[in-house]
Design a binder for this molecule. Structure first.
Ligand code: MN
Length: 202
């Protein structure tokens, strides 16, 4: 069975930007929910858990066609949330450092430009979806949006930073003020973690 990585911080560590209640429900019910459904679908076909979650996405054609959609949706849900919790954290790591700083400056001109572009893309998500910073096939950084629980791995892109724009991510704290949730994401974004992932994946 696949398992959730433990949260790296306390449930209240993201306050005041994201409340303890939101993190609790988001991690223990929504994230866990995607994982439980994924394991159930996979167990129903006696899957042997030979692949990592990323590999599972690329081997989806090995599964019966009538559950592929559910596997992709729930595996995407798990992967996207794993990355979301990794992308944020306490401790003021919200300014890019190291290799990722150089790459952001190179691709976007400056961190300020990058931030503006990321927030602009996030503002364009309609319905439930995500904004990601990804490494594309040419090894360059790109900001993309996906719908529902679609994962960038489906398109051969390696996501290194994720912003959840489903209402369950912010509605208890922000109601309809999604723009404020998006700009506050940049208060708690963790570029130490993002940099580590970038150095591993690039
Ligand atoms: Mn979510």
């Amino acid at each position: 069975m696949y398992e959730l990585p433990p949260l790296r911080y306390a449930l209240n560590a993201l306050e005041p930007y994201i409340s303890e209640r939101t993190v609790d429900i988001h991690y223990h019910r929504h994230h866990q929910g995607y994982l439980d459904k994924l394991n159930n679908f996979l167990n129903s076909v006696n899957y042997d858990y030979r692949y990592s979650l990323e590999e599972l996405i690329n081997h989806i054609d090995e599964f019966p066609i009538n559950i592929r959609g559910q596997i992709l949706y729930n595996a995407g849900g798990v992967l996207n949330h794993n990355l979301y919790w990794n992308s944020i954290g306490p401790g003021n790591k919200n300014i890019p450092v190291g290799t990722i700083k150089e790459a952001i400056d190179k691709e976007f001109g400056s961190f300020e430009n990058f931030k503006e572009e990321f927030m602009k893309q996030a503002g364009l998500v309609v319905g439930s979806g995500w904004t990601f910073l990804v490494i594309n096939g040419e090894g360059k950084l790109e900001i993309i949006n996906t719908s529902n629980q679609e994962t960038p791995y489906l398109y051969g892109l390696k996501p290194i930073m994720a912003l959840d724009l489903w209402e369950h991510a912010y509605y208890l704290d922000y109601q309809n003020r999604r723009d404020q949730y998006i700009s506050n994401f940049f208060q708690i974004v963790d570029f130490d973690m993002i940099n580590k992932l970038y150095e591993k994946e690039k």
